[in-house]
Ligand binder design. Structure first.
Ligand code: GUN
Length: 625
């Protein structure tokens, strides 16, 4: 079972529940070779290990290990009472050709010894496979998944294969998501990782992620090098495994978040290293070989957990993209991969949160393809349609984020029919969106030079209804309409906010506050991102304007949601797939009546994928006092 917690685009933090406890994701399962342990389990736990992976094939073909595993169980054999995943021997067949055990008996063995996550014997699709060869491997891997009819207590790992072919990855992701699988490793990628083919990996991961069941963790087989972890998580990877911490140690290599270094070439250990203060580089280098491998393994695993910690915090802050963008400059292969991600901006846009907690950093032309900017561009393309002579571009000097328009501008705005735009790069941005994410939150090297984003919230809450005695358009009402149109994709927002609405605004900053109709509040505009929070009356009115942005729940749930309690995933019966994470949603009961309004925690297309956790944070219920 998988419970999403926080998110940033396709990246998420979550809890994954296994028979031996839960793992917080994103996370890594260090590879333990039961024949030669470089580090003890307790040392690994001290570094932050929550689960591990070992190989059932090695255990089964080694008499002593098999006997102990069969008599006392896998957890006793390894000496770890947390989640243990076992691999099947597919990788050994990739390295050494044929293995002697078949799929069913391999799986039954993993079940018998008490593995938490057991892997089928999939077919490793090499990067140099022809399309036809890879397709056959994908179909055979699916056939083997279907051979497993009784999972018992174990979670079935069904690897996604398909070599470097996006269409086959999509097909495999879809096939492996159905049936008995509960865990989806992306396989056949080790040669790509070893050869720094990160751009090909971007294709593999995105295409797997978008077609895989979102409620099943996506694991990157062999992908535990810290250099590529941030990018993998950005593209939706939840779990990793890796033996790199030992492999690099054996070669006297020191893992860092942006690559590895030769021990002989470094002068200092990083401050976060578990070895910092214990050894100087010289002392470490002078250790006997086996001891040095042991200590370097500790450092290397520490480097991996250090990076995971950073990634998790970035998801919490919603700055993972910026982190990956910055990190991509540390190696040309990463930079090439980052550019490949930008080619998927359109595909990523529906997963992008309505707004972020943090400012938007716009560096250069590449930032134009960030999913949030693509969303703005798409809207702007639509907004300028059929306007022709009515379009007027403001002088750049006229305005910057947070600055109030002059009374002269407001006057000319109110008496004209012009559609006013800021010209920003080549995107015409409607002036009415100037306080809405990402426009105001842009921190850029360009037009808005020197402006800090997300100005602090004002404290002059006193606001007055606009005096419209002079007639003409009300700039504040027009702003409310434009924001509504952008936020909900409603073509004609005057249905929602008719002319008789009153819009309050801050006298000091000019920011709009709330929209009222006949004295009833329909919605307020949030200071931090410039989007609407709807009141229950506003939501009720929106029910007549559009049939989008809705989710429907069972009657059992409706009873609680009407009182203002949150919506849990397991009670959702249908959801608009177009819901943007972080946007307002209208919650309805089985008869289609509005019962609550709140904020979506995940995109609409994922609403029915989870069985645990909060789907909508309800703000107002129909019957809440
Ligand atoms: N370990 C690394 N790659 C793979 C893979 O494709 N399949 C399995 N089962 N294990 C792996």
């Amino acid at each position: 079972m998988f419970e999403p917690l926080s998110r940033d685009g396709l990246a998420k933090t979550a809890f994954f529940y296994t028979p031996h406890g839960k793992i917080s994701t994103p996370n890594i399962l260090p590879v333990i070779n039961p024949n030669l342990a470089t580090m003890s389990v307790s040392e690994m736990k001290r570094l932050g290990m929550e689960g591990l992976i070992t190989n059932s094939y090695i255990i089964r073909r080694t008499d002593k290990l098999r006997e102990k595993a069969e008599s006392s169980g896998l957890h006793r054999l390894i000496g770890f009472d947390g989640p243990i995943m076992t691999d099947s021997g597919t990788f050994q067949s990739h390295v050494y050709s044929e293995i002697e055990y078949d799929n069913i008996s391999t799986f039954e063995f993993q079940k018998k010894i008490g593995s938490d996550i057991s892997t089928i014997v999939d077919i490793f699709t090499e990067p140099n496979f022809s399309w036809k060869q890879a397709k056959e491997a994908v179909l055979e891997t699916k056939r083997r998944l279907d051979e497993i009819t009784d999972a018992g207590k174990t979670i079935v790992a069904g690897p996604i294969q398909g070599s470097v072919y996006p269409d086959l990855r999509r097909m495999s992701a879809e096939l492996m998501s159905t049936g008995i699988s509960g865990y989806l490793p992306v396989g056949g990628v080790v040669p790509l990782l070893e050869n720094y083919r990160y751009d090909a990996l971007v294709d593999v991961i995105i295409n797997s992620r978008l077609y895989a069941h979102p409620g099943k963790p996506l694991h990157l087989f062999g992908g535990g090098h810290p250099m590529f972890m941030g990018m993998s998580v950005l593209l939706g990877i939840d779990m990793f495994d890796s033996a790199s911490y030992v492999k690099y140690a054996r070669d006297d290599r020191v893992l860092m978040s942006d690559g590895s270094r030769d021990l002989s070439k470094i002068s200092l250990l990083p401050w976060w290293s578990p070895l910092y203060g214990k050894f100087t580089v010289k002392e470490l280098s002078d250790l006997p070989k086996e001891e040095r491998i042991h200590e370097l393994s500790i450092h290397n695993l520490g480097a991996i957990f250090n990076e995971l910690n950073e990634i998790r915090e970035r998801i919490h802050e919603q700055t993972l993209w910026q982190y990956v963008e910055g990190r991509s400059r540390s190696h040309p292969a990463l930079y090439r991969a980052f550019r490949r991600i930008l080619e998927y901006g359109d595909v990523l846009e529906p997963y992008e949160d309505l707004s972020k907690k943090s400012p938007f950093f716009f560096f250069d032309e590449l930032s134009r393809n960030h999913p949030a900017i693509i969303r703005l561009r798409k809207f702007s393309d639509m907004a300028v349609r059929n306007l022709e002579n009515q379009m007027k571009f403001l002088d750049q000097g006229d305005w910057h984020p947070g600055r109030q328009h002059s009374p002269e501008f407001l006057q000319s705005y109110s008496i004209s029919d012009n559609a006013y735009f800021h010209r920003w790069h080549d995107i015409p941005v409607p002036v009415e969106l100037e306080e809405t994410f990402p426009v105001e939150q842009l921190v850029t090297t360009g037009v808005f030079e020197g402006q800090s984003a997300g100005e602090s919230e004002e404290n002059d809450d006193a606001s007055d209804p606009v005096d419209r005695s002079t007639g003409g358009r009300d700039p504040y009402l027009e702003k409310a309409r434009m924001i509504f149109r952008y936020q909900f994709g409603v073509e004609d927002p005057s249905d929602m906010f008719p002319d008789q609405c009153q819009v309050t605004h801050s006298r000091k900053t000019g920011r709009i506050r709330g929209v009222f109709l006949d004295g009833t509040l329909l919605g307020t505009v949030r200071a931090h991102d410039g989007f609407f929070t709807l009141s229950i009356n506003g939501a009720e009115r929106m029910m007549n304007i559009t049939d989008r942005h809705r989710i429907s729940v069972t009657e059992e749930s409706a009873e609680f949601n009407r009182k203002g309690l949150n919506v849990f995933f397991k009670f959702i019966t249908s959801a608009d797939p177009g819901i943007i994470p972080g946007n307002e949603v209208l919650v309805t009961d089985p008869s289609g009546e509005l019962i609550a309004v709140g904020r979506a925690n995940v995109p609409g297309r994922e609403m029915r994928s989870y069985s645990r956790g909060v789907a909508v944070r309800v703000r107002a219920g129909k019957d809440a006092s």
